[in-house]
Design a protein around this ligand. Structure first.
Ligand code: TPP
Ligand code: MG
Length: 319
């Protein structure tokens, strides 16, 4: 969680230098879900995400340096500098893609799960999505197919209450709970506190075990809150679509502080250990920025080269 928080705060601090020339959607305040899901997944599990993907990529084991180089548009980036912040992809850690099209990777993640089932590899495909993605038609088609085929896919929905500036109350009927609506499609669907990283870890660990045992897909909704504006490095509580009071309420129970207090009170971690961790992560983040800034831009002649053209052979068992 701290690694995600530190790197995003540093991205925000440096964004106005105009060297990162892509839009950025920061997940500061939402680190609990990304970190805990990443920890619960196996390294060989697969994951897809959307526009707010930094935390998901790092949680899955992605490289800080490759992520920052990607955001700086450099050849050493995880998408070779072609994608930027919203198009992180890194097969080496099973992070199979993220796109700016809301819900665009939901069918991709379900397709990956279909491949896993056909190949009988016992991996799980993890689909990260926001609350607004559950309003897209393709979301329902994809979940229906996953249920029909009992696919090994876990849907992780970060419900941060907003789609850009539109709160849930102007988008969905009063009283609707997203997980209840999704549960009606025929899969176990639950809700939990996304700012309690240990709760997320427990729920996701249990769901993954059930999926790996052949139980079919699961949908987990986690409530959380983004601190900064939808897109960009600033705060936007003065723009009128949400209140400073709401922001402060969520900030008071943010995921990192909550876990640190718990671990300190149990004696599981000392203040000195936390300071050491902070110093180590700050060093790591600074080194990753230095790597990104000093890396070369891609050769324009390579713009149309195929990056991932390996043919995949599938034993589909006659299906
Ligand atoms: C298909 C599509 N419609 C609209 C948009 C514009 N858009 C970008 S992000 C976003 C909101 C997404 O909200 P949510 O899924 O809840 O994720 P969050 O930004 O809250 O993390 C919208 C509407 C888009 N990128 N793609
Ligand atoms: Mg949202």
């Amino acid at each position: 969680m701290k690694r995600i928080r530190f790197v995003e705060e540093e991205i925000a601090r440096r964004y106005d230098e105009n060297k990162m020339r892509c839009p950025i959607h920061l997940c500061v305040g939402q680190e609990g879900v990304a970190a805990a899901v990443g920890l619960a997944l196996r390294p060989d599990d697969l994951a897809v995400s959307g526009h707010r993907a930094h935390g998901h990529y790092l949680g899955k084991g992605g490289s800080l340096s490759a992520m920052l180089a990607e955001i700086y548009g450099k050849a050493t980036g995880c998408a070779r500098g072609r994608g930027g912040s919203m198009h992180l992809v890194d097969e080496s850690v099973g992070f199979m893609g993220s796109t700016a099209i809301v819900a665009g990777t939901v069918p991709v993640g379900v397709g990956l799960a279909y491949g896993i089932k056909l190949k009988r590899t016992h991996q799980v495909s993890c689909v990260f999505l926001g609350d607004a993605a559950t309003e897209a038609g393709v979301f329902f088609e994809s979940v229906n197919f996953a249920v029909l085929k009992r696919l090994p896919v876990i849907f992780i929905c970060e419900n941060n209450l907003y789609s850009v500036c539109s709160p849930l109350r102007v988008r969905q009927p009063e009283g609707r709970r997203i997980h209840e609506m999704v549960g009606a499609l025929g899969l176990p669907a639950t809700a939990g506190d996304g700012n309690d990283a240990l709760e997320v870890l427990d729920r996701v660990t249990e769901a993954l075990a059930a999926i790996r045992a052949g139980g079919g897909p699961r949908f987990l909704e986690f409530s959380t809150y983004r601190w900064r504006e939808h897109c960009g490095p600033s705060y936007d509580n003065d723009t009128g679509y949400r209140s400073e009071a709401e922001f402060l309420e969520w900030k008071a129970r943010e995921p990192i502080g909550a876990l640190a207090s718990l671990l300190l009170s149990r004696g599981d971690l000392s203040g000195e250990q936390i300071r050491q961790m902070d110093a180590e992560i700050a060093r790591e983040v600074n080194a990753a920025f230095a790597f990104a800034e000093s890396s070369p831009y891609p050769d324009p002649a390579s713009a149309y080269a195929l990056l991932y053209a390996e043919p995949v052979s599938v034993d589909d068992g006659g299906h």
